[in-house]
Design a protein. Structure first.
Length: 100
């Protein structure tokens, strides 16, 4: 049987550094982009004539059927509960663009 050569210490460091960079820098940035997209989506929704308040029940349904999820710090998306809270906080601004 062939044996694998043990990894060199610098290879292990680079692997750990890569994982740390992804978790510590890239994933939070991706979550922030998702929250910004939610904000823009609410404004566009309101400007298109849709009631932005309907976004909250939509995300509540998504949360109910979502099943198991990885911890937020390992995800590119914010936790659904946080997303709902942020959307609720942004609805007053979105309503400024909503014409009944």
């Amino acid at each position: 049987a062939l044996q694998e050569k043990p990894q060199e210490p610098h290879e292990l460091f680079l692997a750990a550094y890569g994982i740390g960079t992804s978790v510590g820098i890239l994933l939070p940035y991706s979550r922030q982009q998702e929250l910004e997209a939610d904000h823009i989506g609410l404004i566009l929704m309101a400007r298109a004539g849709y009631d932005p308040r309907t976004a909250v029940p939509f995300w509540q349904r998504m949360n109910n059927i979502g099943g198991s999820r990885p911890p937020e710090f390992l995800s590119t998306h914010p936790a659904t509960e946080k997303r709902i809270k942020d959307i609720q906080n942004e609805i007053p601004e979105a309503l400024k663009y909503y014409k009944h």
